[in-house]
Design a protein around this ligand. Structure first.
Ligand SMILES: *Cc1c(COP(=O)(O)O)cnc(C)c1O
Length: 452
């Protein structure tokens, strides 16, 4: 067996090839073991077990090679087992694996914070702190905002997704499957409407930044009180909620409103960040500078790492010992992040994300013209989605989205669904995917619609 066939990485042949049905016998046997050992509460999109992955393909236990249009939910933007991630992680694992940054620090943690401070929007003085997961980063951003302002209320949006811990369940909008039966939830969380053009009353043309901001700030004034609000928390492009892109001017207006009212503006860029949308961060598109920004998913090529980065005076309002965690900013995860960031820079992955968008958008636009079940096409860069509805209405058609996804999976293409109503197909290819492979994935998607 060659080294490449076991470690994955870009050396894997970049092609779709099915040698068994999906799932094949080896995956079915593992599924059976899984059913008897893993808790039922953990679901999966695709019933195949992975043995290797790299570039834009995932290899399963039966030797099938699938095209990956999901990146493990926007995580492996640099590809699986990217070369610089593997080298740095290997070196780090061989030298030391853990000391706990709060016990005895190491340079990798500081380097990742320096990179976060440099890369995130705004040239002001910044500080960062590292954690294990996106939810933990969001929890800490809220802790910091409350501490800095001495206020308690947090304003979040319809369709928002911020995680599955107790506070982040409260911040997340969707009940099933994320919240159902898991309460009571944390208090002082207030939800306002999202500027969601496709579902705005009266239609997308009515969904202007000004109108949406009027509704939102009016609600905050009437029901919460600006002076009680510690933070407004928003995903610049909503992720799990359906890749919702607010109208131009909405995010800058919201940021300005926060500045005017002493509210900490937190951008949750856990899904949209790290080159995904064609900029380093989705906020960059309109020059929005958040006070705090949360990052995770794409940051470390698949190793668990998350960050909170923000204005030095806000971050440093917290007393020593007030933030931390045993594993947060683990040295191996930091090494992976440094390898990922170096890859993103060297390979100019923001440009790669824009090129992916330039391939996907025209093809999906044509697909939407032929298929009235596609009610909306939206997104930016390599974060693109189509929303499926009963033709001519905005009534969600989750069944159609499920059928298309299933047909793609059976044909060896990994696609993910999302959205409050489960009727959105989202595309998050690794940014290193070749145009050829991406086009082949889109061929399969088109076929799935043709057979719908
Ligand atoms: C995935 C996600 C989270 C939660 O991250 P985990 O690492 O799963 O805890 C939070 N916010 C956004 C926008 C996300 O996409």
């Amino acid at each position: 067996m060659t080294a490449h066939s076991t470690v994955g990485g870009p050396a894997l042949a970049q092609r779709r090839q099915l040698v068994t049905e999906i799932p094949g016998p080896a995956s079915r046997e593992l599924l059976d073991r899984r059913q008897r050992s893993v808790a039922r509460g953990l679901s999966h999109v695709l019933p195949v077990f992975v043995t290797a992955a790299g570039g834009g393909v995932v290899i399963d236990a039966d030797g099938n090679s699938l095209i990956d249009l999901g990146s493990g939910i926007a995580v492996t933007s640099v590809g699986n087992s990217a070369e610089l991630v593997v080298t740095r992680v290997t070196e780090q694992v061989a030298s030391f694996t853990h000391t706990c940054f709060m016990v005895a620090p190491y340079e990798g943690y500081v380097q990742v914070c320096e990179e976060l401070n440099r890369l995130t929007p705004g040239s002001h003085d910044k500080r960062s702190a590292l954690f294990n997961s996106g939810a933990e980063a969001v929890e800490n951003a809220v802790k910091i905002a409350r501490h800095a302002t001495g206020r308690q209320a947090v304003v979040v949006f319809d369709h928002a997704y911020h995680g599955r811990t107790n506070l982040t369940m409260a911040l997340t909008a969707k009940n099933m499957p994320y919240k159902d039966g898991f309460g009571p939830f944390a208090g002082e969380v207030y939800r306002v409407p999202m500027a969601y053009p496709f579902r705005w009353p009266g239609g997308a043309a009515e969904c202007t930044a000004e109108r949406a901001l009027d509704v939102i700030t009016g609600l905050i004034h009437a029901q919460v009180g600006e002076n009680r609000v510690a933070a407004v928390l928003i995903e610049p492009i909503l992720g799990e909620g359906g890749f919702i892109v607010p109208p131009d001017g909405f995010l800058p207006g919201l940021a300005q409103y926060c500045r005017d009212n002493g509210i900490v503006f937190i951008a949750d860029e856990i899904q949209s960040g790290f080159c995904r949308t064609g900029d380093w961060f989705a906020c960059d598109h309109e020059g929005v500078v958040p006070d705090l920004i949360t990052t995770a998913k794409g940051i470390a090529g698949g190793l668990p790492l998350a960050g909170v980065t923000g204005r030095a005076e806000i971050m440093d309002s917290v007393h020593p010992g007030g933030l931390g965690g045993t594993f947060g900013g683990n040295p191996v995860a930091c090494a992976a992040a440094l390898g990922s960031i170096e890859t993103m820079t060297k390979e100019d992955l923001p440009a790669a994300a824009r090129r992916i968008g330039e391939i996907m958008l025209p093809r999906l636009r044509m697909l939407a013209e032929r298929n009235p079940v596609i009610g909306d096409l939206r997104g930016r860069g390599a974060m693109i989605a189509i929303e499926l509805v009963k033709p001519g209405t905005t009534e969600p058609d989750a069944a159609a989205a499920g059928k298309v996804a299933k047909a793609c999976h059976a044909a060896g293409v990994i696609v993910l669904t999302c959205g409050t109503y489960g009727n959105v197909l989202r595309f998050l290819p690794p940014l290193v995917m070749s145009a050829e492979l991406l086009n082949e994935g889109l061929d399969v998607l088109e076929e799935a619609f043709a057979n719908l």
